[in-house]
Design a protein around this ligand. Structure first.
Ligand code: GCU
Length: 421
């Protein structure tokens, strides 16, 4: 078995206590760190077989991520009602557009999420990409038929959103991030959901899916219970429940894609729900694909302070205390094994620590080897726009924090390789 070397670099302390947080972008100031061992079980025995990985070690790591970071999804008695609300031709007849409303109820409350799908007309049982979006399904392309969400939205002057109310004015404003026609032309469908339908992205646990699960008298998740990322991941799994019932979709070939905070979400959703065939993380950074122990760009302290609702409250215990974390992010990627996983970075997206994303992807390879698979083919970080892949894929794109046609092209090549070898 190949050995996995963790780079040791001289310690220079990164001080990000209190208000004066300055992100570290100096590689020589990355602290010395040692990654928790993927293949040593809690009882100190070595994990040398896929059986032991699946039965023991995978469960331990999953439970650590649940307990200390993303939070446990509580038991609940949430009911689901599914209704097709729109069906039409799209893109000059080459695609079929469908909207399905999933309404969840519990504790006398209701939450609805709309799943928007574009499926190539020429096929049935299609493989699909599934991704959450930031400002509403109607922002992903200029199609007047797409329903505008009614849930809370972050304001955005440029997109015409004020008073936290989504508006038809933003139709198509995010079309550059969703290569819908290119996806259709390559024989894939695209499904998307507005993440705010599942849980509005603010530090308020009364208005999203969490409230449907509360015990009597509860108004906040418990310290180890789910934050918003786990809630968004829960929504993705409910979309998968639907795909299993829709004959137009090949539920065995669903590729989960997420950008940034939604890339953190796609990794966690892919870890807890093994029905997703391929998982893609784009520019997901801290709490996503980037190693926390490197403290490069955004840190655990910074993210917990800026976005206290994304993770559970236990995660605060690791602010400026990364070495005590029982996990690091190579382990999150390894939880996807043996399914293909792709990590994408961008050169100017230093906040997300491209090198930390690459190293996490590389180190996850030890688990793929247990399955007789190769993770990333090289320990060297590739140059910009030169994807490398085996069962783990990686590229660093020229440019900044974004999703581009270049990224989609690389992900479709990767999906083709695994679905249509
Ligand atoms: C902020 C945050 C990141 C996150 C990003 C995004 O920059 O610090 O962790 O990934 O927002 O979701 O766009």
């Amino acid at each position: 078995m190949k050995s996995y070397i963790i780079p040791f670099i001289l310690i220079v302390s990164t001080n990000c206590l209190g208000q004066g947080f300055t992100p570290n972008y100096d590689e020589s100031k990355v602290p010395v760190y040692e990654l928790p061992d993927l293949l040593t079980a809690r009882d100190s025995t070595e994990v040398t077989t896929k059986k032991k990985w699946e039965k023991t070690r995978r469960q331990e790591i999953l439970s650590d991520f649940e307990t200390y970071m993303f939070g446990k999804i509580p038991d609940g008695n949430v009911q689901v009602e599914i209704k097709t609300i729109k069906e039409s031709d799209a893109f000059g007849g080459k695609a079929f557009m469908k909207e399905v409303k999933m309404t969840f109820s519990g504790n006398g409350k209701f939450i609805s999420m709309d799943v928007l799908m574009y499926l190539p007309r020429s096929q049935s049982n299609v493989p699909v990409f599934l991704g959450l979006n930031f400002y509403g399904n109607h922002t992903i392309c200029v199609d007047p038929n797409i329903t505008v969400p009614t849930s809370w939205s972050r304001n955005n002057e440029q997109f015409g959103i004020t008073g936290n109310v989504p508006t038809g004015v933003s139709r198509g404003v995010r079309k550059s991030r969703w290569a819908v026609e290119k996806i259709l032309d390559r024989g894939y469908g695209l499904a998307t959901i507005y993440y705010g339908d599942i849980d509005p992205d603010k530090n308020d646990f009364s208005d999203g899916i969490h409230a449907l699960f509360y015990d009597a008298g509860q108004s906040q998740p418990e310290k180890d219970e789910w934050g918003s990322i786990a809630a968004w991941a829960w929504g993705l799994s409910r979309a998968m429940d639907y795909f299993e019932k829709d004959r137009l979709i090949d539920e065995k070939k669903v590729v989960l894609m997420g950008h940034s905070r939604l890339g953190k979400t796609s990794l966690w959703a892919g870890a807890i729900d093994q029905r997703f065939a391929i998982v893609i993380s784009n520019n997901s950074g801290c709490g996503g694909a980037a190693l926390s122990r490197r403290k490069y760009g955004e840190t655990v302290w910074r993210i917990n302070n800026s976005f206290p609702h994304w993770f559970n409250d236990h995660f605060n215990d690791y602010s400026n205390n990364e070495d005590a974390l029982p996990v690091d992010q190579h382990m999150l990627i390894a939880l996807i094994a043996p399914r293909p996983v792709y990590v994408a970075s961008a050169e100017n997206d230093r906040w997300a620590d491209p090198k930390g994303e690459f190293l996490a992807a590389y180190n996850a390879g030890a688990v793929y080897e247990l399955f007789g698979l190769e993770g990333l083919p090289s320990y060297e970080m590739p140059k910009a726009n030169q994807p490398i892949h085996k069962t783990i894929g990686y590229h660093i794109r020229a440019g900044g924090h974004d999703v581009t046609d270049y990224d989609w092209g690389a992900w479709m090549d990767f999906a083709d390789m695994h679905f249509r070898p």
